[in-house]
Design a protein around this ligand. Sequence first.
Ligand SMILES: Nc1nc2c(c(=O)[nH]1)N[C@H]1C(S)=C(S)[C@@H](COP(=O)(O)O)O[C@H]1N2
Ligand SMILES: [Mo]
Length: 263
Amino acid sequence: MPKFQLNRRRFLTAASLGISGMALSGCDAFDFLQDSDNGVRNVLEGANGLTYRAQRLLAGRASLAQEFSEADIRQSQRPNGVTAPDDDTYKGLLSNQFADWRLDVAGLVEKPLSLSREQLMAMPSRTQITRHDCVEGWSCIAKWTGVQMGLVLDAAVVKPNARYAVFHCLDTIERSLSGEVKYYGSIDLLDARHPQTILAYGMNGKALPVENGAPLRVRVERQLGYKMPKYVHRIELVDGLGAMGLGKGGYWEDRGYDWYGGI
Ligand SMILES: Nc1nc2c(c(=O)[nH]1)N[C@H]1C(S)=C(S)[C@@H](COP(=O)(O)O)O[C@H]1N2
Ligand SMILES: [Mo]
C-alpha cells in the first residue's frame, strides 16, 4: 500500500507555495520531462496538467489504490449518472441477457476484437475491493470482478503509436435540441495497463447490475467516478483525443471536468 497518498488540494497548495515536484529524481522525473514535451499538454491545461504530471511523478506508474476487506462493504454501490439506459439498442441487448452483446476493441490495434461476455469471463479474472469517489462528494466501497484491461489490450496487440484508450458507451446521457449524446471517456495507456484497471462484469459477488453499468464497466481505481464508463461496448485505441466529442477526452471533460481525475 503506498504510504504517500497525494491529495490533490494539498498538492495544489504546495505548488502555489513554490514547492517543486522537480526536486524528486529518478526515472519518474524523466517521465515528467517527457510529458512536458509531448501531446498530453494539448489536452491538459493549468492545474489539471500540473496535477497529472505531479501524480505521475510522485505516485509512480505502478502504485496501487487501497484495497479493503469484505467487512468494509457497508452498502451496495450507489448508482449515479445514467442508471437505466433508455436506448433501444441497450434495451434489446438486456432483454436477451446480453447474449448478443459484444465488446469491440478497435482503432490502433493489429488485431481488432469482438468479444462476448463469455469470452471475457473465460479470461483470467481479478477481484478487488476498492473505494469509489464521486466528484459530487460521496464514496462507496464495493467488490469488483473483471478482466484486467491490459490483457485485453495485449490480445488486440496495440500499435506503438496508440496513446489513449477511448470508451464508447451504450447510454444516452444527454438529450437536447441539438441531438443526443452517448457517454464517452478516455484514459492514457499507463492507466489502461495499471494492474487494478479492469473491465468489470461482476460486483459484490454477483453479475454487474444494470444501474452500475451491465454488462461491462471500467474500473480505474486511482481516478474519480466519472473516469469509469459504464455500459461500455467499444474500446478504441487512438493517438489523440481531439477528434472525439468536443475535444477534451470525455463527456464530463467536455463540460469542464479535468481530464485527469486522479485522487
Ligand atoms: N456510461 C456512463 N458511465 C458513467 C456515468 C454515466 O452517466 N454513464 N456516470 C459516471 C459517474 S459521474 C460516476 S460517479 C459513476 C457511477 O457509477 P455507479 O453508478 O456504479 O455508482 O459512473 C460513471 N460512469
Ligand atoms: Mo461521479
